[in-house]
Design a protein around this ligand. Structure first.
Ligand SMILES: [Ca+2]
Length: 92
């Protein structure tokens, strides 16, 4: 039994569409947002500031959230600019 060229083309098209949508879903920013864009006028960022929507936009923030204690050098539960910048300057 031979596979028809038509079917092969259709299969390729489906595979292509599937990988395209996978890429389209993973279009979050590859970097961290700036401290200022998170903190605004505040000098500290709270863990709660990282919403699921933000995590989707900046997937790296998900890692920051799970390593919050590591980034929070003085253990006050919040990150100041130095703590944030120190954390994001290291590749995790
Ligand atoms: Ca802190």
């Amino acid at each position: 039994m031979s596979i028809s060229p038509r079917l092969t083309l259709l299969t390729l098209a489906l595979v292509g569409a599937a990988s395209f949508s996978t890429l389209a879903l993973a279009d979050g920013d590859k970097s961290y947002p700036s401290f200022k864009s998170l903190a605004g006028s505040s000098k500290m960022i709270d863990r709660d500031i990282i919403t699921p929507a933000l995590e989707k936009k900046y997937p790296k923030l998900e890692g920051l959230k799970s390593h919050w204690d590591e980034a929070d050098m003085d253990h006050d539960g919040k990150l100041n600019q130095k703590e944030y910048d120190d954390y994001v300057s290291v590749t995790h």
